[in-house]
Write a protein of this length. Structure first.
Lengths: 617, 368
């Protein structure tokens, strides 16, 4: 190459050496910059490796919870009261169906699908992941499942999905005891979160809302399992990595006796009222009826707003559990307890007799407290007074006892407080006292208040359960058990019986008084409803006024509004020598206790006492 | 002067530099493994990449036969043709993914910017080496104009990645030519001063978003930050030894976007770990080192500047791509050289390596 004249001369050696220096410099820069890259990689892959490892796993692993199956509920003889029924639905994976419209039309010829359902399906299809199954039709009958299964080959991408739903085979027979399950709502969720149980419900749809289902939710629910699935960036499952089976809920046995319960429901026949039967030897509830009732199954599948409002606004209040929440004046059914106190406090003795002219007056006061029998009972002792339910006798002894003694004596019988039964739906009732009245009404206690309490009226209210429990304590000569519904829990290997919950017995200064009062109740039974019974029963009836009748007016059942008529009550137990069953029956606005509640008690004790001995336990 | 005192070897006679070739082949072999995994074990995809590699090697071989002096003669015409084509793109180009980069030639789509990538450093080396080195200021000024025309045209398409590569190749020529340090430092100062102007007036919104995303990818983890977050998770979860070939969950389960093209380095990091990354960095460093050796040994300033520019531009590819994938540079569309799936960059790069081989093997014929 020969450089032209006007081009300056190149110094080749100098240019080469200059280049080498620059090249070396840039090479050093390259090494430093690659060093920076390496340093960053070291930071990512070594220093922060754990962090990114976790995030990578969070990306790819999806944990799918699997709901445990709910524990079953049996009666004391092993009759199934709450079960899990298979629940079928047809599902479709949109991406596996070629022509969704056509398939739905063809499916409609096999199984009726309404136009509205199809419309809403198409709407939700737009927002649905194409590989995720969507429900086309739920609550299929067995026939529909069979029909679809036979024709399944015509419907690629469709399949039957089976799940379990709670079912109560006896419908409304014991709704107030069993309660029901329903969809978990925000309130349930908040409660579960508070108790750190929410993670157990990740796959669970229903939760106990009432009754035993609610009270024993933790036993019945079980522990969820889960699947670990590997998913891609669109959430499609690639493979299942791990399966942890759920732990099913525990089966439980209740103390209920299905036959007795059925008999009680049959006897109440939809009338407003309640029956509670207790085994006095352990406090187990044999029957608990609140009438009228309702079908719990409608709550499992979601009750319609209309049906719910119907139940809510029904004048006969089917939703409340009358047995534990109904508060009734005990009326004459507590005369045995009052008599016991009078004996105990030596206000009367077994032989004390008073004269009943048909009314009673506070000494020096004009006002007359009327006996239910207008012409009076004449000369009566304690036995006569209980057998004939003489009001005057008890007006007199209440006057002599005073409210303080009555109130504190009735306390250990459970009046005015929760019994502690294994249900959340319970009311305490009222055992009035001076303090109570001051707190409640800010008024002093009057002697007249005591006189009303003396015949189980006035401020005194009890629930049927309290009444039955207090009667059981009486029949037991003071032995006390907490009433309960749970008999045993079916564990994995064994059946665990609920331990006896015995409270300190009531000790009398003169234990003989138990026998005197129980004998009176026995006599009451002998002289009336149970005269011809082949077993030995004891009882006491009550007729509770709801409508106050003026001092001299005559109460005429036909002339007062139905809801203001007297409540009919009875307590009874059998056999007298060694009680096995204690009853309390309340019939709202039914009139006379003996006449109306009596036959119910008789039929129930017959049912229980006259059946084969083996089937009682 | 003679580097080959004895009879030239077989490789020398066919104008192949064996050390450089073995480095390239090792890199391509490694790349095939990664492509197979990143492409979801898609054999057809791998086959296409294999064909491209073959084509690339063939082109490299052909270019190696061309004497650098011939390139020098054709530099200016090719450059001018490239600028005309770029203007053509500007007025008649196809719009694809929001950018105007392609010319439809009827039988194929063509990116003139790739032609400029090759023609530009040759032109620059030619112009600078015409005059004695270090270059005078007026020559530098002319060189600056030669540099700015294609850079701005390409940046306008917009193709920031390519314009950076083109500008870098020109700047390397200037720097290697011995441009005075005062000018170098002044230049850097001007660029720094220009940054706010660039940010507020010249950058597109999406480009600003990319820079902001780099600073805080977690701000929009499912939108702008998604690429970079998933890429960092892939690399970081690989650890020292990696999850194993075909075992990378980020790539196999498709959490990693663009995993067989621009973000393929994340697959390397995930499946082969830090060790795989080191291997890759070492291979690249080896090729860069060999390129600079070839440049240093070249007998003319033109050849030296051209070889140096080609080699260092190759490094810019590596640094920009790896920096982007590992989260220290904003997202710029630059492939990982010779590993990423795709034809254009492969052919451009292999042409460059053909020029390097030509420079290395035509020395003895140059007579002074």
């Amino acid at each position: 190459m020969s450089p032209k004249k006007r081009v300056a001369m190149h110094n080749h050696a100098a240019e080469a050496s200059l280049f080498k220096r620059r090249a070396l410099f840039t090479f050093c820069c390259v090494v430093i910059m690659l060093g920076i890259l390496f340093g960053n990689l070291y930071h990512l892959q070594v220093t922060s490796h754990q962090d990114y490892q976790t995030r990578s796993n969070d990306n790819r692993i999806r944990v799918v919870p699997v709901a445990p199956s709910r524990g079953l509920i049996y009666d004391r003889h092993g009759q199934l009261l709450a079960e899990n029924q298979p629940f079928y639905s047809i599902e479709m994976v949109p991406e596996k169906v070629k022509d969704i419209d056509q398939s739905l039309i063809e499916l409609g010829t096999l199984i009726p699908i309404s136009e509205e359902d199809i419309e809403s399906l198409k709407r939700s299809l737009k927002y649905h992941r194409r590989f995720k199954p969507m429900t086309i039709k739920s609550r299929l009958t067995e026939d529909q499942v069979a029909l679809f299964s036979v024709n399944q080959h015509k419907f690629p991408g469709f399949k039957v999905n089976a799940g379990l739903k709670r079912h109560y085979p006896y419908d409304g027979l014991m709704t107030h005891v069993l309660g029901y399950v329903g969809k978990i709502n925000t309130k349930d969720r908040a409660r579960l979160e508070r108790n750190n149980l929410w993670q157990n419900y990740a796959a669970t749809k229903d939760i106990g809302k009432q009754g035993v289902e609610k009270f024993y939710e933790t036993l019945l629910h079980g522990k969820p399992g889960h699947l670990e699935e590997e998913v891609n960036n669109r959430g499609r499952t690639i493979r299942t990595l791990k399966v942890v089976q759920p732990e099913p809920g525990q089966d439980i046995h209740l103390t209920l006796d299905l036959k007795l319960q059925q008999k009680a429901v049959e006897l109440l026949d939809g009338r407003r009222g309640s029956v509670v039967a207790i085994d006095p030897n352990d406090g187990g509830i044999l029957a608990m009826v609140s009438s009228p009732s309702y079908d719990p199954n409608q709550f499992v599948h979601g009750i319609s707003r209309k049906s719910y409002h119907q139940l809510l606004n029904d004048a006969s209040r089917p939703l409340i559990n009358r047995a534990t929440q109904g508060q009734y004046a005990p009326a004459s059914t507590v005369k045995p307890h009052l008599g016991l106190l009078a004996l105990e406090e030596k206000v009367v003795s077994e032989n004390t007799r008073i004269h009943d002219p048909g009314y009673w007056q506070i000494p020096g006061v004009e006002r007359k407290y009327r006996d239910w029998r207008k012409w009076g009972h004449g000369w009566v002792n304690i036995h006569d007074s209980i057998v004939n339910s003489c009001d005057t006798y008890f007006y007199d002894s209440a006057y002599k006892l005073g409210i303080d003694k009555i109130s504190s004596f009735m306390d250990p019988f459970g009046f005015g407080q929760n019994t502690g039964i294994d249900l959340y739906e319970e009311s305490a009732g009222i055992m009035p006292s001076r303090d109570w009245k001051r707190m409640r009404y800010n008024q002093p206690w009057y002697i007249g208040d005591t006189i009303s309490v003396g015949i189980g009226q006035g401020y005194w209210t009890t629930t049927p359960l309290q009444l039955a429990n207090a009667t059981a304590i009486l029949a037991n000569d003071g032995k006390r058990f907490t009433p309960h519904l749970l008999k045993s829990i079916e564990d994995k290997t064994a059946r665990i019986e609920t331990p006896l919950d015995e409270q300190a017995p009531i000790a009398l200064k003169n234990p003989n008084n138990w026998e005197i009062i129980n004998r009176s109740m026995r006599k009451t039974a002998e002289k009336s409803r149970f005269a011809d019974a082949t077993y030995t029963a004891a009882m006491k009836t009550g007729t509770a006024q709801i409508f106050s009748v003026a001092e001299d007016a005559k109460y005429d059942a036909d002339s007062v509004d139905e809801f203001l008529r007297d409540n009919a009550l009875i307590i009874a137990y059998a056999p007298f020598e060694k009680p096995q069953i204690v009853l309390a029956v309340v019939l709202e606005n039914a009139g006379w206790g003996g006449v109306n509640a009596g036959p119910v008690a008789r039929a129930l004790l017959d049912e229980y006492m006259l059946r084969d001995q083996w089937s009682k336990k | 002067m003679s580097a080959h005192p004895s009879r030239p070897s077989f490789w020398h006679r066919i104008h192949i530099d064996l050390p450089l070739l073995s480095g390239l082949l090792a890199l391509m072999g490694f790349g095939l493994f990664v492509i197979y995994s990143a492409g979801g074990e898609n054999l057809a995809l791998m086959e296409r990449q294999l064909v491209r590699m073959g084509l690339g090697i063939a082109i490299m071989f052909c270019v190696a036969q061309i004497n650098p002096e011939i390139l020098k003669r054709w530099a200016l015409p090719i450059y001018i043709a490239g600028i005309i084509l770029l203007l053509g793109v500007h007025f008649f180009g196809e719009v694809n993914k929001g950018a105007q980069r392609w010319l439809n030639l009827g039988f194929m789509e063509f990116q003139p910017s790739e032609l400029i990538k090759l023609a530009f450093p040759i032109t620059m080396a030619w112009y600078i080496s015409k005059h004695p080195l270090p270059p005078k200021k007026r020559h530098l000024a002319v060189a600056g104009v030669i540099l700015l025309i294609p850079t701005l045209l390409i940046a306008k398409q917009p193709d920031l990645g390519t314009s950076i590569l083109v500008a870098a190749s020109g700047i390397f020529v200037l720097f290697l030519s011995g441009m005075s340090w005062a000018i170098v430092l002044g230049f850097i100062a001007v660029i720094l001063a220009m940054l706010p102007v660039l940010w507020f007036f010249l950058m597109h919104d999406y480009q600003r978003t990319r820079v902001l995303t780099l600073l805080d990818p977690e701000k929009d983890p499912l939108g702008a930050g998604y690429h970079i977050i998933q890429s960092k998770i892939a690399i970081g979860s690989g650890g020292v030894w990696g999850k194993g070939w075909l075992q990378g969950t980020q790539s196999q389960l498709e959490f990693l976007p663009e995993r067989h093209t621009d973000f393929i380095f994340a697959v390397v990091g995930e499946e082969f770990g830090l060790m795989g990354s080191i291997l890759l960095l070492a291979l690249y460093l080896y090729i860069i080192g060999r390129g600079l050796v070839i440049a240093s040994r070249a007998q003319t300033s033109f050849a030296r500047l051209l070889a140096g520019s080609i080699t260092l531009t190759f490094f810019v590819y590596i640094f920009v791509n790896m920096g982007m994938v590992s989260g220290i540079l904003p997202v710029v569309g630059v492939p990982l050289p010779l590993i990423s799936y795709g034809g254009t960059s492969m052919l451009t790069l292999m042409t460059g390596f053909g020029i390097l081989m030509s420079i290395q093997t035509h020395r003895r014929f140059i007579d002074r």
